[in-house]
Design a protein around this ligand. Structure first.
Ligand code: GLU
Length: 517
């Protein structure tokens, strides 16, 4: 027997930015589709006209693409079951509502909003479920049609069957809702606008969706939706309701918890593969359970809906950063440098990456700012969680502050070591005397030679030698290797930056002045 091909959909409402929860829903749908050789559709659920905006649709699409997801059918790519935007499908919804009405699976409801409100209040006062009384069920259909033809406002309601509603959920197993807690839902409002729980079913059925994978905030909608399938005599798809995502405080993840939109993470310099890897682990774990790093193709291979857990997933930003650190380290330096550029614009001003500067660089002593920045980024990237942290890490290059270094409590111990005065005195003297340093062209070799002389003259070695020297050069007693740092400082000082980088000679003389020795 040939199996029905898997067809899934991601169905966002374009009412805001793509958030962690929805992005995970999109990812799980995509992983399942790709693994099963199935079809992924994107459907835009914009029936809430007041809150839906076209710009959010564009943004959603951009965010999904940034994550590396794609789809085979959708508003932007078309497909055999379109249109894929609900606002373009209103006729389809109305047509099926009339069909249900004519088959007596649905009925006209003339209750006004005030009446319904009163009924709800009475139910609450009497400690009953505030569900619709079913009052208009009893109206004779011919009579109802006559009132409708006379322009009396009316909605169309679905008749909920008199038996419990059951469906199967891959994550939760068999789910059952008593029909007593499900009111006859309105499917078409008196305004002619269809209702969400109804349109979703029409779309999923007509788009031949086999698996509905979505957040568990939709679990309580499912019985109403199942009732629509049953009324229309359509097969009910498989469901997979993904667990809630909680913040560290175990409250439902929301804006209160800080960054939650995909755009936020992108702006912070989180790499898409880190985010995808992290999202995949929110509620899913591989067989065996301990492995955490997965590339996209590995996820497609390993992912399984059967291993999705119903218990809430806690969003752990430190783990996301840990993964991001990993992906930054394994990325090509060129890619990281390119991603880092925008964050350095403020420090580097307009000189970067203008072609004008490249011309000047070719014709003179001014180094190529692009290549220079690439080395800065390479030097610092292993020490950051996110690309946006690079400029702050680069402050040892861009913001030399001798006064601050002398005052920092962190440096007090090094400054008090018995050998420090002698090391600083010899080092300062030699740098200030050195011809190449004075020109801002100190080489790592010359620097090493000077350090060795200081060592021989003072007898200081190891950290007694290096920590004071590091302090003078960078303002801190720990930091990156001198071999890489020295050329960066020397060349950086020749770049026409808004705030110049100080070369080694300038640093040493500022430090000496600040110390007054
Ligand atoms: N438009 C719904 C939402 O964004 C999705 C509904 C569904 O997946 O069935 O929450």
């Amino acid at each position: 027997v040939a199996q029905t091909p898997v067809r899934v959909r991601f169905a966002p409402s374009p009412t805001g930015h793509l958030h962690v929860g929805n992005a995970r829903t999109a990812l799980f749908n995509w992983l399942f589709a790709r693994q099963q050789g199935g079809v992924m559709a994107l459907r835009i659920e914009d029936t809430d006209v007041d809150r839906s905006e076209a710009r959010f649709e564009d943004q959603l699409i951009a965010d999904l693409k940034w994550l590396g997801l794609d789809w085979d059918e959708g508003p932007d790519v078309g497909g055999p079951y379109g249109p894929y935007r609900q606002s373009d499908r209103l006729d389809i919804y109305r047509e099926h509502a009339e069909k249900l009405l004519s088959e007596r699976k649905a009925y006209l409801c003339f209750c006004t909003e005030e009446e319904l409100q009163k009924d709800r209040e009475r139910a609450t006062a009497e400690h009953r479920q505030p569900i619709y009384s079913g009052k208009c069920r009893a109206i004779d259909p011919a009579e109802a049609q006559r009132r409708r033809a006379a322009d009396e406002p009316c909605a169309i309601r679905l008749r909920i069957p008199e038996h419990p509603i059951r469906f199967h959920d891959i994550v939760r197993g068999n789910v059952e809702f008593s029909n007593e807690v499900v009111s006859d839902p309105i499917i078409l409002r008196s305004s002619g606008m269809p209702v969400y729980n109804y349109v979703v079913v029409i779309d999923d059925a007509l788009m031949k969706i086999t698996h509905v994978i979505r957040g568990d905030d939709h679990l309580s909608n499912t019985p109403k939706q199942v009732a629509v399938y049953e009324a229309l005599g359509w097969p009910v798809p498989e469901f997979a309701h993904l667990s809630t995502i909680l913040g560290a405080d175990r409250e439902r993840l929301s804006k209160r918890h800080g960054a939650t939109s995909i755009a936020n993470f992108r702006d912070m310099g989180v790499l898409p593969e880190a985010l995808v890897n992290y999202l995949a682990l929110l509620g899913w774990a591989p067989t065996g359970g301990t492995r955490e790093i997965f590339s996209m193709p590995e996820l497609v291979k390993e992912f399984s809906l059967q291993r999705v857990t119903p218990s809430p997933a806690v969003f752990d930003i430190e783990k996301l950063y840990w993964l991001n650190r990993h992906y930054i380290k394994v990325s090509s330096p060129e890619r990281i440098e390119k991603l880092a550029q925008p964050y350095f614009l403020q420090l580097l001003g307009e000189i970067f990456p203008s072609d004008e500067n490249k011309k000047t660089a070719a014709s003179s002593d001014v180094p190529d700012s692009g290549k220079w920045l690439a080395r800065v980024v390479q030097l610092l990237a292993p020490s950051v969680d996110r690309i946006d942290q690079l400029p702050a890490k680069a402050s040892l290059i861009f913001n030399y502050d001798a006064q601050g270094a002398l005052a920092a409590s962190d440096n007090a111990e090094v400054l008090a070591w018995p050998n420090t005065d002698a090391v600083l005195a010899r080092f300062t003297y030699k740098i200030l005397e050195d011809e190449s340093a004075r020109e801002g062209k100190l080489t790592p070799e010359q620097f090493k030679k000077i350090v060795n002389e200081v060592k021989a003259e003072t007898g200081a070695k190891g950290k007694e030698l290096f920590h004071p020297i590091r302090l003078v050069v960078t303002g801190s007693h720990s930091g990156p290797e001198f071999d890489k740092l020295i050329p960066i400082l020397e060349e950086g000082s020749r770049l026409p930056l808004p705030k110049p980088v100080l070369n080694v000679h300038q640093r040493v003389s500022q430090f000496a002045k600040a110390r007054g020795k």
